[in-house]
Design a protein around this ligand. Structure first.
Ligand code: GDP
Length: 534
């Protein structure tokens, strides 16, 4: 029996690849996602993802904000097949104000795709998200996008990644020309040139013409100067040396680099096929029982994200669970590590954009959505078999802080309930001041829109009209050594001491300079930008 299930799990794991895209807004994440789905046959015409989004906007009421601002706050999981692989794309919110959600999603991902605009290079949001990937040693695959427009020289892009992110690179393919003169891509795997044909926005899969380097007509296809440029570039790449070292890729030390143009579909298929070959399959995860292999026969998983009200008709919450080991089956009963309760997992959902399709089974590397009647919090473990807990999901330093006030005392209960639920869901971090007698909770967020979402939902779901009083701080650091360390240090100027939800001390600083000053004055204090898991 055990061997049967292990064979089944092994096969399921072998064919699964799971990833999230990290990028700065406008680099082309929506476009690339759509093109990947197009190649995966999950949609037949590009534009469908946006069309669904528009449909959803038309039906969603609580996120009237999404509509007003034309942004997408929610994120989902897209599952599709390609060449017998099952791909799980963990979609992340497009707007940087919700990057806390992206941090958590990266905790459920096995691989990351770093998408870069060829003209802009590394941008702030990409750098931030890269740090999170680095912390988890995630394999990173780089796609340099928008080659159909004028951009930086490919060597410059590669150099920037090496110098500034400290990653080794290996160019899997190489662009020929750029902008108006973009002629195609040289694939170093097959040693062949894929010629670019300009089409209107690439709503269908591109048909590519492939020629070899030795083709007698090559100078005609490429223009003479670009052909010589390519030869020179390839020689240079050869001289720079380096092989694709998959071990280094899997350890997050080397990134395979791809060039292309998502809008015109060019290079997308080449990227997808190489990615599937090189990416990590779902692997072992650290738990209180040690590293558990995905073929461990009991079902286990953890909650990495909670989302409210995806269906406006039922004001429910969906818990997103990453399956880590074993096989998930509909209606199975599991243990909830934090509370010791037993829960029946009914109404599981697979999520494709806004459609909810009920699922019967899921395997390691998959994500399932469960209706959450207030049971789950971010980081919770569910398991069968021996009791265990996965490492939780850490909090990252918020950058904006404000008191949330309830001016109406008769709404006290609703206010408290709302704060607690929004905190559990991870909509915002909640802290409390230790320095003054204000009892109002402090909202600690990554972006301004998180405040607006909290206020909007307090009003809509809990019937409490709130006000916001901004605080002049921009950085948070958790103090290692806890309250003793804070007490020893005594009064620290220009900071606010707060406690986080687990009662741990956090110092808020006005700016980087202020933080440096405190570090100099108090070398004994260890300040962490990432919270230990509560
Ligand atoms: P996101 O914010 O990262 O999701 O970016 P989008 O996918 O919405 O793309 C931002 C803009 O860049 C849109 O106007 C896209 O049409 C455009 N875009 C995306 N990929 C390409 C590309 O390969 N070439 C060009 N020229 N434009 C692109």
């Amino acid at each position: 029996m055990t061997t049967d299930i292990q064979t089944e799990l092994k096969q399921a794991v072998e064919r699964r690849r799971n990833f999230a895209i990290i990028s700065h807004p406008d680099a082309g994440k929506t476009t690339l996602t759509e093109k990947l789905l197009l190649y995966g046959g999950a949609i037949h015409q590009a534009g469908a993802v946006k069309a669904r989004r528009t449909q959803r906007k038309a039906t969603s009421d609580w996120m009237a904000m999404e509509q007003q601002r034309g942004i997408s706050i929610t994120s989902t999981v897209l599952q599709f097949d390609y060449n017998n692989y099952q791909i799980n794309l963990l979609d992340t919110p497009g707007h940087q104000d919700f990057s806390e959600d992206t941090y958590r999603t990266l905790a459920a991902a096995d691989n990351a795709v770093m998408l870069i605009d060829a003209a802009k290079g590394l941008e702030p949001q990409t750098r931030k998200l890269f740090e999170v990937c680095k912390m988890r040693s995630l394999p990173i695959f780089t796609f340099i996008n928008k080659l159909d427009r004028p951009g930086r020289e490919p060597l410059e892009s590669i150099d920037e990644i090496e110098q500034e992110l400290g990653l080794q690179t290996y160019a899997v393919n190489w662009p020929i020309g750029m902008g108006d003169r973009f002629k195609g891509i040289f694939d170093r795997r097959q040693q062949a040139i894929h010629l670019f044909e300009r089409r209107a926005h690439g709503s269908q899969q591109a048909e590519e013409r492939v020629i070899s380097l030795g083709d007698p007509k090559i100078e005609e296809y490429l223009d003479r100067d670009l052909y010589y440029q390519l030869k020179e570039d390839l020689e240079l790449l050869g001289e720079l040396g380096g092989e694709l070292d998959l071990e280094a890729v899997h350890a997050g030390q080397m990134t395979p680099v791809f060039f292309g143009s998502a809008m015109t579909n060019f290079g997308v298929r080449l990227f997808l096929e190489a990615f599937l070959e090189y990416a990590l399959k779902p692997g072992g995860r650290n738990s209180s029982l040690g590293v558990l292999d995905p073929i461990y026969p009991e079902f286990t998983g953890f909650v990495f994200k909670l989302q409210a009200n995806m269906d406006p008709k039922h004001r429910d919450r969906v818990a997103f669970i990453r399956v880590c080991t074993g096989k998930f089956e509909k209606d199975m009963t599991v243990n909830h590590a934090r509370t010791g309760k037993t829960i029946r997992l009914s109404r599981p959902q697979k999520l494709f954009a806004q459609d909810r399709e009920s699922i019967e089974t899921a395997y390691p590397g998959d994500v399932i959505g469960l209706n959450n009647p207030g049971v789950f919090a971010i980081g919770d473990t569910i398991y069968n078999g021996k009791k265990l807990e996965y490492e939780g999901i850490p909090c990252f330093s918020p950058e904006l802080f404000a008191y949330l006030k309830n001016p109406n005392p008769s709404k006290f209960k609703q206010f408290q309930k709302g704060i607690q639920e929004l905190r559990e869901e991870g909509a915002v971090q909640i802290m409390y001041s230790m320095d003054d007698f204000k009892r109002d909770p402090i909202l600690a967020a990554v972006g301004q829109l998180q405040f607006e979402v909290v206020q909007f939902r307090m009003q809509n779901e809990y019937g409490v009209e709130t006000t916001i009083e901004p605080l002049p701080y921009n950085l948070a650091r958790w103090v290692a050594g806890g309250w003793d360390a804070i007490e020893k240090a005594g009064r620290i100027f220009n900071t606010l001491t707060v406690k986080d939800n687990w009662g741990r001390p956090v110092l808020l600083f006005k700016n980087e300079w202020n933080l440096q000053q405190v570090k100099e004055d108090h070398p004994e204090l260890q300040l962490n930008a990432i919270a230990p898991v509560g």
